[in-house]
Design a protein around this ligand. Structure first.
Ligand SMILES: NC(=O)c1ccc[n+]([C@@H]2O[C@H](COP(=O)([O-])OP(=O)(O)OC[C@H]3O[C@@H](n4cnc5c(N)ncnc54)[C@H](OP(=O)(O)O)[C@@H]3O)[C@@H](O)[C@H]2O)c1
Length: 257
């Protein structure tokens, strides 16, 4: 189902980045957009990131795909989060149920919002392998358009357990922790090891990791998080072809091991 695809593209994660700093959000998101990045992922539990980014998103609204989340202990709380998001962003392109929290309860009202045209796609997320069975169960309902899951060369459980079915169902895949995750980044190899990847436009190790994921046809968007506009710019450059073949992906896996 090609029409459901969001990528292949590099997006931007916002966990542990802006806190409530609108100036920093402007700098980082501005650089990412200038470099061709479109999707910005956030959540009500990202320490004020949604409100911090609202100003720059409104200014450049036509260029941004807002992917945010509902993370609530009740439908009422979820609706309140959504009301704030509509005030900040006007509309939400990808509304995800964060960490599967009350996903069955939230689906009916979120579907109503999607049917009314105020949300484009509904998604579901989880960071933990222990939750993959429930994530698969949610996808089987065929009521979600996107799934967000962790994937990098050191964390590949989703390849077997979720990606095949997501591809069959036409569910777009958004990859969190593409660099290994804040606090557990996959360290760069000696620079000369990247030489075979130069002809694929690779200048940094982070670009190699991002292109590794995007070169799997089942992946739509990777969302590396950063507080540094320079990183936002160089990361975005990994979102264009040529894509890696088996040989290049195997090299990145070896260097990441
Ligand atoms: N739904 C969920 O349960 C869930 C869970 C985790 C994450 N997520 C989403 O996925 C996003 C990404 O995950 P993540 O933040 O855990 O992991 P990540 O993107 O793999 O790693 C983020 C770290 O990478 C560093 N980084 C980024 N670009 C870099 C570059 N070019 N060179 C060197 N370092 C670089 C950042 O530091 P600098 O600031 O120094 O660049 C940051 O510390 C989150 O922001 C969030 O949107 C969702």
């Amino acid at each position: 189902m090609e029409e459901r695809r969001l990528g292949p593209a590099v997006g931007l994660g916002t966990w542990g980045t802006f806190e409530a700093d609108a100036g920093l959000a402007r700098e980082v998101i501005g650089a990412a957009l200038d470099a061709g990045c479109r999707l910005v992922d956030s959540s009500p539990m990202y320490g004020g990131a949604e409100s911090a980014m609202s100003e720059i998103v409104r200014e450049r609204r036509g260029e941004v795909t807002v992917a945010t989340k509902i993370w609530a202990r009740s439908v009422e709380e979820g609706r309140e989060q959504y009301r704030k998001q509509r005030a900040w962003f006007g509309r939400v392109e990808v509304e995800q149920v964060h960490n599967l929290a009350l996903w069955r309860e939230h689906l009916p009202w979120l579907e109503q919002e999607r049917d009314a045209g105020r949300i484009d796609r509904l998604g579901v997320t989880h960071y933990g392998e222990a939750a993959f069975d429930e994530l698969a169960e949610a996808l089987e309902t065929q009521r979600f358009d996107t799934v967000q899951l962790p994937l990098n060369p050191r964390q590949r459980q989703a390849e077997r357990r979720l990606l095949p079915r997501a591809a069959e169902l036409g569910v777009a895949v958004i990859v969190m922790r593409p660099l290994g995750g804040a606090g557990s980044l996959i360290p760069p190899p000696p620079e000369e090891e990247l030489a075979p990847l130069r002809e694929f436009g690779i200048e940094t190790w982070e670009q190699a990791l991002l292109k590794w994921a995007l070169s799997d046809e089942r992946i739509d968007v990777v969302i590396p998080a950063t507080r540094r506009w320079e990183h936002a710019r160089t990361n975005a450059a990994a979102g264009s072809p040529p894509w890696f073949g088996v040989e290049e992906r195997t090299l990145v896996e070896r260097l990441a091991a």
